[in-house]
Design a protein around this ligand. Structure first.
Ligand code: TRP
Length: 338
């Protein structure tokens, strides 16, 4: 029995925040240490182009995300860590998969539908106004990412579940039409991993602009934590832990005993200012070493590039022979042996 493959990608827009860490990066790094699975993690920089960010932003974000994963201890000997755009077999497979993907299936993708709905709601008479083919085909590219490496488990947030199901549909269609080449993937949504709230009390997300980046200089980091929204209860008044962003963030990092002790402080009426200071000190201690390493890596992009190149080499050891089988299955092969 070959080992099960776990694979996930990170779109290279923006800098990783506390919510990304608790929800995705930390569990992924934990999985990378397991001996019973293979892990593939990659920078989804083709996916980043969908939102038409500036070239500099795409470039910078790739460095920041790669440096973050490395600084937090990803073991790149065990895990295959690469950049999507270093694997030409991914867009090649995307095209082949496009030929077995129903357009109607893509019409039902949430992200596309939301964009159409926004146009219609905004009184646009062209429902597709501003919608690119990249946005529309996004799920096919994601299917190629997953299917090229025969990943079985795909850890993602709830918003990506539909895309993994589409990848599964596409794989099934290919397997049925041609040859059983693809493993059918499954979204792995861990209900126990923390979904953090952000500065304003909504889910921490780049799209809400309410994030706390992981590796800010200490002063800026403290300033942001001081900005987290609280209610107007005074010091000395007992406070609810439920619905408290401060408590939720603390809980995502602290151990059980620490969480219990913080619960006690809430009941005793800890002042919000003191609570924020305590959260800042706790997180700062927790992240300090990684932040130093992160700063070193950001200052040495050549090193990070080398790590990604090595990862791409390993990924292509799998991708190149596999795409040959896919090509053969659809009839793309030499006319004769010469
Ligand atoms: N679309 C994913 C996101 O925005 C990122 C991604 C790209 C991905 N390709 C993937 C995730 C393949 C899992 C598997 O979060």
């Amino acid at each position: 029995m070959s080992k099960e493959t776990i694979l996930t990608g990170v779109t290279t827009t923006g800098a990783p925040h506390l919510g990304n860490y608790a929800g995705a990066i930390r569990p992924a790094i934990a999985a990378s240490r397991r001996d019973d699975v293979n892990t593939f993690y990659f920078l989804a920089d083709y996916h980043a182009l969908v939102k038409n960010p500036s070239p500099d932003a795409v470039h910078q974000s790739s460095l920041e995300i790669a440096a973050t994963w490395l600084a937090l201890g990803l073991d790149t000997d065990k895990s295959v860590f690469y950049r999507q755009t270093d694997i030409p077999e991914i867009p090649e497979l995307m095209w082949i998969l496009s030929s077995v993907t129903a357009k109607g299936l893509m019409n039902r993708a949430h992200a596309y539908k939301a964009a159409v709905a926004a146009n219609e709601g905004g009184g646009q008479n062209d429902p597709d106004k501003g919608i690119t083919m990249a946005l529309f085909s996004y799920p096919v590219l994601m299917a190629a990412d997953i299917l090229l490496f025969n990943a079985r488990k795909v850890p993602v947030g709830k918003d990506q579940k539909q895309h993994v199901e589409m990848a599964r549909d596409i794989a099934q269609r290919f397997n049925h039409n041609f040859r059983e080449l693809f493993v059918l993937p499954e979204a792995d949504i861990d209900e126990n991993t923390a979904v953090l709230t952000g500065l304003d009390g909504r889910k921490m997300s780049k799209s809400y602009n309410n994030t706390i980046p992981l590796f800010l200089p200490e002063k800026k980091f403290r300033k942001l934590i001081m900005k987290i929204k609280t209610n107007s209860l005074e010091p000395g008044e007992p406070k609810q832990t439920k619905g408290s962003t401060l408590f939720d963030i603390y809980r995502a990092f602290a151990n059980e005993a620490e969480v219990e002790s913080m619960r006690g402080k809430f009941a005793e009426g800890i002042g919000w200012g003191d609570c924020k200071q305590e959260l800042f000190e706790y997180l700062n201690d927790h992240l300090k070493d990684a932040r130093d390493e992160y700063d070193r890596l950001i200052a040495d992009p050549g090193y990070v590039e080398g790590v990604l190149q090595k990862g791409a080499e390993r990924a292509r050891e799998i991708a190149v022979p596999f795409i040959a089988k896919v090509r053969d299955a659809v009839g793309i092969r030499p006319l004769a042996n010469r």
